[in-house]
Design a binder for this molecule. Structure first.
Ligand SMILES: [Zn+2]
Length: 444
């Protein structure tokens, strides 16, 4: 009997994590198998361990897997992911563990509680929306992202959402929030799970069961929230809705698939974290704008108008300056066949193309041979650009190669038959600027 127990692991559906989702550590079990991971190449975990039973939840039913450690003889082996293969839970680890070894499982408790708060919260929200007066079925849902070092702040749209057949009104959101938060505080409902084996499945809802889950050998789990809701679900759940803590619904919904709508929400500690993140954001915005919280929208609007106005003014003066400069350049070209323009500050983005445009428009058929070099720099970013314009490809390549020898960070390209050659300069230092100036003023 003992050896039979050792070789026959608990099946997904009846794992320890599913029977008692509040077991976070100190769970002793035995390694049944440890096989090399032949999965995806970018999966760095080397071995897949199956345990006789486990408190690690394998990813499934929309709930992410747990992470944690397998501990034995003073060694803590990280478990980065747990997958479900048919009825088996596979723990992804970086080193080999001999089958037969007794290990102690420990999961990331914070993460698990977070997942349970979101998942149970979703069941509760969907149950209320399905009932009167809303009668809105949940068409799909996603648990969204979690805060990490890579993504320290989440936008509301990164959080959990459910897809509904229509948008909710602001009033509905307010009523719904009141109802939900009543059930997560003063009037909590008990949550319990009913396990049924194949012979007693009867006519229960099985449409949500994954196709590779063997119902004949497996177990069907139904999660009940008081008498309000019962749903087939393999996930780990809280013991009562009071443990959800609080639920925040976002009034900002997005439209999907024409009339459908995504309702964003978050539960438990995420509400607190989000509140703090938003508070920090408002605090820093207030400081930048030197105003109170309620004045932020008005202040931002005023800044936007000011920027639009000054940008229009800037465009006007750039055009004026370009027209003025192009007249001078044109006269020089008519007299000497060649000329240049140097602009050491604010000379890159807008001005040079505008001068080029004005110059070529005015040039017309006025002269057969011409050579024009336009060079500008942005002092603050030490970047620059160069335009070489001529009827002759030879002239262009000769000037481009001379300039490249003066400024080695110049990169560019253009027409070999004449026309326009365009280049960019990175690390355009004071020294390089003076070299270009010297070259154009003396050798050009
Ligand atoms: Zn569920």
């Amino acid at each position: 009997m003992v050896s039979n127990l050792l070789t026959k692991p608990a099946t997904v559906g009846a794992l320890a994590c599913q029977r008692n989702s509040f077991m976070f550590n100190g769970f002793k079990t035995t390694v049944i198998s440890c096989e090399p991971n032949k999965g995806k190449q970018n999966d760095s975990t080397k071995f897949l361990v199956e345990l006789q039973d486990t408190i690690f939840f394998p990813e499934g039913g929309g709930q992410p897997s747990d992470t944690g450690f397998l501990i034995y003889s003073n060694d803590s082996i990280p478990v980065s992911y747990v997958s479900r293969v048919g009825l088996h839970a596979k723990h992804h680890v970086g080193q080999y563990i001999e089958p037969g070894t007794t290990v102690e499982a420990e999961i990331d408790q914070r993460k698990r509680i977070d997942y349970m708060q979101q998942h149970t919260g979703q069941h509760l929200l969907s149950a209320i929306l399905e009932s009167e007066p809303y009668e809105l079925g949940t068409l799909s849902w996603s648990m969204g992202g979690t805060l990490s070092s890579k993504k320290p702040t989440l936008e509301i749209n990164d959080y959990f959402y459910i897809e509904l057949p229509r948008k909710l009104t602001t009033q509905e959101i307010e009523e719904l929030s009141y109802k939900l938060n009543n059930l997560t505080s003063v009037n909590p409902l008990q949550i319990y799970v009913v396990e049924r084996r194949a012979d007693t499945h009867g006519n229960g809802k099985t449409s949500k069961i994954p196709v590779d889950y063997d119902l004949e050998k497996g177990i069907l789990r139904t999660v009940h929230i008081g008498s309000m809701d019962s749903n087939p679900c393999c996930g780990t759940h809280l013991q009562n809705t009071g443990q959800i803590g609080s639920i925040l619904l976002s009034p900002n919904q997005t439209n999907v698939r024409r009339l459908n709508s995504r309702l964003y929400f978050m539960c438990g500690n995420r509400v607190v974290n989000y509140g703090m993140a938003v508070n920090r954001l408002i605090g820093s915005t207030k400081n930048v704008l030197s105003c109170s919280e309620s004045e932020i929208p008005e202040k931002v609007e005023r800044q936007r108008d000011l920027i639009q106005k000054s940008s229009k003014r800037e465009q006007f003066w750039i055009k004026e300056l370009a027209s003025y400069e192009s007249n001078i350049l044109l006269n020089n070209v008519k007299e000497n066949g060649k000329t240049f323009l140097l602009r050491d500050e604010y000379g890159v983005l807008e001005l040079l193309p505008q001068v080029f445009k004005e110059f070529t428009n005015k040039l017309g058929d006025a002269t057969d041979e011409y050579l024009l070099v336009l060079c500008g720099r942005e002092k603050s970013s030490e970047t620059g650009s160069v335009l070489v314009v001529s009827e002759s490809g030879d002239k262009i390549s000769s000037i481009a190669s001379s300039l490249s020898s003066v400024v080695p960070t110049l990169r560019g390209g253009g027409s070999k038959k004449g026309g326009k050659w365009q280049g960019k300069i990175v690390k355009f230092t004071e020294g390089y600027w003076n070299s270009v100036k010297r070259y154009l003023e003396t050798e050009f």
